[in-house]
Design a protein around this ligand. Structure first.
Ligand SMILES: *[C@@H]1O[C@H](CO)[C@@H](O)[C@H](O)[C@H]1NC(C)=O
Ligand SMILES: *[C@@H]1O[C@H](CO)[C@@H](O)[C@H](O)[C@H]1NC(C)=O
Ligand SMILES: *[C@@H]1O[C@H](CO)[C@@H](O)[C@H](O)[C@H]1NC(C)=O
Length: 378
């Protein structure tokens, strides 16, 4: 039993320490108010549980969430996502999923607009090509939600202050645009024509957040699509890179996407010299794990998923992770891919650490041992 007076002492001590912790957290000089993020299932921390189209999806069921939250939270992983680790490193709360909040109070310390299955491009783009998106949420919808939050945050003065002191993470987005195309028999070659459209959609959201007062914007690029167990299982006869085992044309598409994205970011930097516009190299971070898994503490078969079906890639669309009869591996921290489509918490931590390291001091003035320890970076 803890006597009440001791409890009070502990409480007083905690309150006394708060400013110290706060000061350490934002070792940028300016402390961050929060994180505002846009994207798909690589970033969704709960919105999918509030949408009819996705509420009963895999990430609403065990074993999703087993490693960190110990329950399904709507995150498509066994634990935390890259956005969670970045928020923790900056010393701010995990952003509130937009569809889980109501008031200015819910949204002041950051909002996550990302939805599992979301595309950069809207339904018109896909319908005109005879394609059908997985969920009715595109970057246009997420930008509208952002405008709703701005209204809620009160006076222009107040909301501009929040925008100026928050980190904006715009992406990753685009994986589903390509997956929707492939599901409709669009070839990888044909999908290359989507790149400028997707990059244009990212540009328009980045431009909108800057117009609202954002001063720090991080834009994650495309992942190595050709190393995704789902796509490896689907295109077994594809053109594989002998060194990594990944599918070359798919990785070429991802690299094309990232070159176009970086070209667009260079233009935006020239147009907005007062805003730090940063790039998160998800491709490089994941490719490092695939090429040298042991160096980072992962097992030797980095292309096999932890949870799901069977076969070389441990992936089967009709026996997806979370379905009856499937099971997760004993130790997800040894795997890069959680369910064949999304990454494990261990891989997400690696990507967050690589992103913070590459983007300090713009993001975090000093990538100190203390900052690294906070989220468990090597
Ligand atoms: C602005 O923010 C302050 C404190 O954060 C709050 O008390 C005030 O009501 C806000 N004003 C408006 C118009 O939203
Ligand atoms: C894609 O092609 C396969 C095989 O040719 C066919 O069975 C399927 O109906 C096609 N799907 C779409 C959406 O066109
Ligand atoms: C995929 O899973 C289904 C359902 O459990 C099963 O019938 C099928 O044989 C599996 N396919 C492979 C290639 O393992």
């Amino acid at each position: 039993m803890c006597p009440f007076s001791q409890f009070l002492v502990a409480l007083a001590l905690a309150v006394a320490l708060l400013p110290v912790i706060g000061a350490a957290a934002g070792d940028r000089g300016t402390r961050y108010a929060g994180v505002f993020s846009f994207g798909d299932s690589l970033t969704d921390t709960g919105n999918s549980l509030h949408l009819a189209a996705t509420r009963a999806g895999p990430s609403s069921r065990p074993p999703y969430g087993e490693t960190f939250f110990r329950r399904p939270t709507g995150r498509a992983s066994d634990g935390r996502l890259v956005v969670d680790f970045i928020a923790e490193a900056l010393g701010v709360p995990h952003p509130t999923p937009y569809l889980a909040g109501k008031s200015a109070e819910d949204f002041r310390r950051g909002v996550n607009f990302a939805v599992g299955g979301a595309t950069a491009l809207g339904p018109d783009f896909f319908e005109s090509r005879g394609l059908k998106p997985f969920v009715p949420v595109s970057f246009t919808n997420q930008a509208t939600w952002f405008k709703n939050v701005l209204q809620l945050l009160g006076s222009v003065h107040n909301r501009t202050r929040i925008m100026a002191t928050s980190l904006f993470i715009v992406g990753e987005i685009g994986v589903n645009d390509y997956l929707v195309a492939f599901a409709g028999n669009t070839t990888v070659e044909e999908a290359r024509a989507f790149v400028p459209h997707i990059v244009g959609a990212v540009r328009s959201v980045v431009t909108e957040v800057i117009a609202a007062g954002a001063r720090t914007v991080l834009v994650p690029g495309m992942i190595p699509l050709g190393c995704e167990p789902q796509l490896l299982a689907l295109y077994q006869s594809g053109d594989h890179d002998p060194a990594s085992g990944c599918i070359k044309p798919l990785n070429n598409l991802a690299e094309l996407h990232n070159r176009a994205l970086n070209g667009m970011l260079r233009e935006l930097r020239r147009a907005h010299p007062g805003t730090a516009i940063l790039y998160a190299d998800l491709y490089g971070a994941v490719a490092d794990l695939i090429v040298s898994p042991r160096k980072y503490g992962f097992r030797d078969e980095p292309l096999a998923a932890c949870c799901g079906g069977s076969g070389v890639y441990n992936f089967n669309m009709t026996a997806f992770c979370g379905a009856a009869g499937t099971a997760a591996c004993a130790d997800p921290s040894e795997y890069v891919s959680w369910d064949g489509v999304h990454f494990t918490e261990a891989a997400n931590r690696h990507t967050a650490c690589a992103t913070l390291k590459a983007n300090s001091p713009a993001l975090l003035s000093s990538w100190t041992a203390e900052a690294r320890r906070r989220i468990g970076c090597a």
